[in-house]
Design a protein around this ligand. Sequence first.
Ligand SMILES: *[C@@H]1O[C@H](CO)[C@@H](O)[C@H](O)[C@H]1NC(C)=O
Ligand SMILES: *[C@@H]1O[C@H](CO)[C@@H](O)[C@H](O)[C@H]1NC(C)=O
Ligand SMILES: *[C@@H]1O[C@H](CO)[C@@H](O)[C@H](O)[C@H]1NC(C)=O
Ligand SMILES: *[C@@H]1O[C@H](CO)[C@@H](O)[C@H](O)[C@H]1NC(C)=O
Length: 332
Amino acid sequence: MMSIRESIVVFTLLLSLSVFLIVANSSMDPYKALNIILNPDGTLTRVKIPPQNPPSSDPNLPVLSKDIPINRSKHTWSRIFLPHTQLHHKLPLIVFYHGGGFILYSASSTYFHDFCINLANSTKSIIVSVEYRLAPEHRLPAAYDDSVEALQWIKDSKDSWLTNHADYSRTYLMGESAGGNIAYNVALRAAAEIDQIKPLKIKGLILIQPFFGGKKRTGSELRLAEDGTLPLPVTDLMWNLSLPVGADRDHEYSNEAVNGERCKVLGQGWRVGVFGCDGDPLVDRQIQLLNLLKANHVNVTGQFYPGGRHGIFIGDPSMSAQVFHFLNNLLS
Ligand SMILES: *[C@@H]1O[C@H](CO)[C@@H](O)[C@H](O)[C@H]1NC(C)=O
Ligand SMILES: *[C@@H]1O[C@H](CO)[C@@H](O)[C@H](O)[C@H]1NC(C)=O
Ligand SMILES: *[C@@H]1O[C@H](CO)[C@@H](O)[C@H](O)[C@H]1NC(C)=O
Ligand SMILES: *[C@@H]1O[C@H](CO)[C@@H](O)[C@H](O)[C@H]1NC(C)=O
């Protein structure tokens, strides 16, 4: 048994430790962590733009790429990836949405460019990676609108890579992190309005560590509040900068459970895959999404892994391979 005196010492130690943790956490500056400055006019200065790649027409590489405008008035465009040594028959079409908390990154970011090359080569698919408008200059639903517009653009496009080599009856939507949130929202709209995107027929949806939120913290958000990759102040800031002005995290754009039964439309023959891992603060929300889809009779598979971190399926080739393996089963 501890004496009262010892108990007081232990209690004081615990108290100072928790005060220290709270101070350490709140002193974490998410603007600094993201290298961004919010200007008085509401625009963002992105101090350090992640490295970018031009498209490549080098025939010695297994995958060619090129950029095509979607809507010039909005500066939206797509980067198309063609595995040009594998054109024996028409190839599945994967429409990809990059991550970056709705505020950062581009279809030309090396990180996503390289992933799309490997995706095209490993799954023998044509990839259309969409450059959508970013927040806070263009808050949600701008990214969703641009991403749906990308589907309409694909179906009307006269581009020969698409018209000659893409099998529109095997179209898949795929996104990572915020791109997973976008892919999900595009899927809900596309499934509800299938006539408007014919002859595209969307057969599946691949969500890699999709970015969702809510006012009430999940267990993994609390457990990993000070995560080195995606600490809570950073996710909170991303939502602040991207949700419609005045909305909180219980908006249907961020909280998958709000109007959750909307996902029923995916029950009509879609295959859905959700990827996640324990080391991601968002993992509990991704599992909630998985359960929501199951409860609404969507044919969904959860691919969850121990350890890891947010972003690992793009950044770690052995984890990207898990995604490609899953897709190859889906496409065969
Ligand atoms: C491009 O975007 C503008 C602004 O939203 C819209 O009015 C126009 O219809 C779009 N153009 C095309 C070709 O979709
Ligand atoms: C492309 O995929 C093939 C197998 O489909 C593999 O042998 C080759 O190494 C890949 N090339 C690159 C550059 O990743
Ligand atoms: C997000 O916005 C809310 C309400 O405006 C504010 O209380 C909170 O401090 C903001 N969080 C971040 C990380 O900017
Ligand atoms: C999901 O789809 C696959 C492939 O079409 C099928 O084999 C499987 O039975 C489906 N599962 C459910 C629960 O409908």
